[in-house]
Write a protein that binds this ligand. Structure first.
Ligand SMILES: NC(=O)C1=CN([C@@H]2O[C@H](COP(=O)(O)OP(=O)(O)OC[C@H]3O[C@@H](n4cnc5c(N)ncnc54)[C@H](O)[C@@H]3O)[C@@H](O)[C@H]2O)C=CC1
Ligand SMILES: O=C(O)[C@@H](O)CS(=O)(=O)O
Ligand SMILES: [Zn+2]
Length: 442
């Protein structure tokens, strides 16, 4: 079936009043001002913003003693869970690394070209900790950098006022392989990693999730430093058919709406009864959450959530691809059909037996994923994001012959005489007794 020719007949049973771009201009201005100040005034400005936004004026670069003291505060059961999750993420990342191979190929006789994957030297990992303590983000970012082979890994995470960095985040960062751990958050953290401030080396790539300020700081520094992707406020979409369990669907939607007031969740279904059931169940599930989570989820549900009724599964899939969600869940028959059909998502959760929370915390796939429709052009964090795929070539004199002639003529046709002469001199040196027509119209 031609996917593009179908007209959409979907109905919005609930429509969002806000979207990810709603407060973008204001955020952009704030971030640009902070970055400029830190770029000009270095450490002093970074510390000033840490005091202002993190409300923290304690030690920023943790000492080994501080890291050990933090680890001592983490209960053994939680340490075991962190190690379990870290091991799953590490083993999955190792499998992914095996998909990047060095290649060597003889393109024309005597000219061999190759591809090599070189890990980025220094990576800066942002671990969010504003509303929640994102312990799992430390595991996701640092473990993957380590498996990729980065020489140096810095972690930045916002401290709690008067307390410093969360102990379990420091522990997770350390066991995952961090070299330096910094108690700093927000734009000032991203800037410090990009500019090499406060005692850390300059990062070549900055990775990790964060709120809209963190995501915008990474976006605007891109070019000066590498980034993994735009991984801002979480968004999630559930595709469910008539056989889905409305209670599970509603619980899964609420589970991701708790991230923040600006975390969209979308239900796309072809079953009106299921949609009505979910709409009925969600408010009570939100109401039953602890206060902070309730506040976040209630605002996200009110302003950003959508419930969309489609005519059939093809329209559901097309709608999902258009939204390009960070997390995509399918609770519908024929999972293979969906797996084959869907094309835009950060991570896909097939069937009721798994859920986004598994991937968020412990199952091994990475939870740092593209948001705000970035899944239309990229996947999530993986070893590949830390690896530069570079090419090389070498040639024999005989191998140089055909390439040099084509190079000289193409260069002349382009008007690039200097390029042409780099080929001319080789032909003249290696084949002094031969005549070549190297003119543009040769
Ligand atoms: N896309 C992904 O893969 C993931 C995304 N996330 C997202 O990460 C985010 C975490 O956000 P937060 O809890 O806020 O933690 P955060 O660590 O990202 O942000 C906290 C920092 O924001 C800065 N900040 C707060 N208000 C500010 C203002 N008005 N101006 C300038 N700076 C300000 C402060 O420096 C503070 O330290 C959530 O939106 C969540 O959905 C979390 C995990 C994964
Ligand atoms: O935004 C995300 O990807 C998350 O849902 C990950 S976590 O829930 O913060 O661990
Ligand atoms: Zn989550």
């Amino acid at each position: 079936m031609d996917r593009t020719s179908r007209a959409m007949t979907r109905t919005y049973l609930k429509k969002a009043t806000l979207t990810a771009v709603s407060d973008a201009t204001e955020v952009r201005e704030t971030v640009s001002r902070i970055l400029q100040e830190i770029d000009t005034h270095g450490d002093a400005a970074a510390l000033e913003y840490a005091a202002k936004f993190d409300k923290y004026d304690g030690n920023i670069l943790l000492t080994e003693e501080e890291i050990a003291a933090a680890a001592a505060k983490v209960p053994q059961k939680l340490k075991d869970d962190i190690r379990f999750a870290q091991d799953n993420v590490r083993r999955f990342a190792e499998q992914q690394k095996q998909t990047v191979s060095h290649i060597e190929y003889e393109i024309v006789p005597g000219l061999i070209a190759g591809q090599k994957a070189i890990p980025v030297a220094a990576s800066g990992c942002y671990v969010p900790a504003g509303r929640y303590r994102h312990i799992a983000s430390a595991v996701m970012t640092v473990t993957t950098a380590k498996v990729a082979g980065c020489n140096h890994i810095t972690v930045c995470s916002p401290p709690q006022p008067g307390e410093g960095i969360n102990p379990a985040i420091a522990y997770a960062a350390k066991v995952s392989g961090a070299d330096k751990i910094m108690a700093i958050g927000g734009v000032q953290a991203v800037a410090s990693m990009a500019f090499g401030l406060l005692g850390q080396p300059k990062a070549n790539i900055i990775v990790g999730p964060g709120n809209q300020f963190v995501a915008e700081a990474k976006r605007s520094l891109y070019g000066r430093v590498g980034i993994d992707m735009i991984a801002g406020p979480t968004d999630s979409l559930v595709l469910a058919d008539k056989d889905a369990d409305a209670f599970i669907v509603a619980t899964d939607l609420v589970s991701q709406a708790e991230h923040g007031y600006n975390s969209p969740v979308w239900l796309v279904t072809d079953d009106g009864a299921l949609a009505e059931n979910v709409l009925r169940l969600v408010p009570d599930l939100i109401e039953a959450l602890p206060a902070l989570n309730r506040e976040n989820a209630a605002a996200a549900w009110r302003d950003y959530a959508e419930v969309i009724l489609c005519t059939d599964r093809e329209e559901m899939a097309a709608t999902s691809d258009e939204y390009a969600p960070e997390h995509l869940t399918v609770q519908a028959a024929e999972l293979d059909w969906w797996q084959d059909r869907l094309t835009c998502y950060g991570s896909l959760f097939l069937g009721e037996e798994t859920t986004v929370s598994y991937g968020d915390k412990a199952s091994g796939t990475n939870h740092v994923l593209p948001t705000s429709r970035a899944a239309t052009y990229t996947g999530g964090l993986s070893v590949h994001k830390y690896m530069k795929i570079v090419t090389w070539q070498r040639a024999t004199r005989e191998g140089s012959k055909s390439i040099a002639q084509a190079t000289a003529r193409i260069s002349r046709l382009e008007g690039m005489e200097g390029h042409a002469r780099a080929a001319d001199v080789r032909l003249a040196k290696y084949f002094p007794d031969e005549d070549f027509d190297l003119s543009a119209d040769g």
